[in-house]
Design a protein around this ligand. Sequence first.
Ligand code: MG
Length: 390
Amino acid sequence: MDAGSSKDHYLAPYAVTSTNSRGRRYEEALGTSRSEFQRDRDRIIHCAAFRRLEYKTQVFVNHEGDHFRTRLTHSLEVSQIARSIARSLSLNEDLAEAIALAHDLGHTPFGHAGQDALNECMSAYGGFEHNLQSLRVVDQLEAKYADFPGLNLTFETREGVLKHCSRRNARQLGDVGERFLNKQQPGLEAQLTNLADEIAYNNHDVEDGLRAGMITIAQLCETRLFSDKHAEVVGKYPDLDERRMIHEINRRMISHLVSDLVQTSAARITELNPKDIDSVRNHSRPLVGFSESTAAQSQELKSFLREAVYRHYRVHRMSAKARRVIRELFREFLGDVQLLPTDYQQQAVAAREVDGDTGQARVIADYIAGMTDRYAILHYERLFNPGQLT
Ligand code: MG
């Protein structure tokens, strides 16, 4: 009953498979021992942008402590959750894994503050958006293969990476932009990985927020999802120490969200009974999703975190500083491209010839977006601290 090739595990007829894949931008012979999506995953893991995720902020800056999530550990958690969901729904686990590992490759240093600052800097040059940048990393910026630019990933992995896109940008993107213009859905693996991202960050930010002392258990008990699981854990283990209690609550919240997602999505899939992936793509709305009550609970937790953690003065203070670093770096490089390393200078000159100021600004944005937090800080020191002479 295998609808995929022998290298894909059992897959439902509406799953993406190595055989129904829309393929790669530059044609390559099919892999002999790995599925096409295992090859994608391996190319992502071996790329430099993936390694740099280790030193990029998720919410808490890297040097605040070794226990907080970074973009790398966040991506690994998303991948683990996405793989479980994919497997439960007989969808392509390898594809979900590849999308999850690549989804944040284009993130700037310093989390969302960095992305917002770079977007402002680029406002006269087409803006900056981390989803689009992730696609740019895998399509163009990772220059390491002899036969093609970028990682030459499959259409389906690239489609999953591009979660959102404006119509203006979609028109310039060709194949992966089409669904935003035609109001189509992405494959189910892309749909589920998007929600695995939400499950991962809501839950790990609860744990990190508690660890950082920005939120308390009492505050969290004002949200339904947390308070339900808190009551369950305290009822069963009244004497549990706090660290274990938090973990027990967290794992139950993740299980609850994942099983609700799997059940709700399975029911919607059964109802539509899609015979192939085109039926999924042409459906009026996504098939993967939470039940109404669980979606509301997840939203409630998200809103709580936005107010209590993301707008906490300590996070805000870090964000303000981060924005300053990004803005000043951009302004200096734009004013004098000779401050850029030689290879970027050459790229900036070449891009200027084709695209004028916009081309040059894009190269600077690529350079800054690729920086880790600590590299951005080091660069800032080198440019602005008179005591730093190297
Ligand atoms: Mg993410």
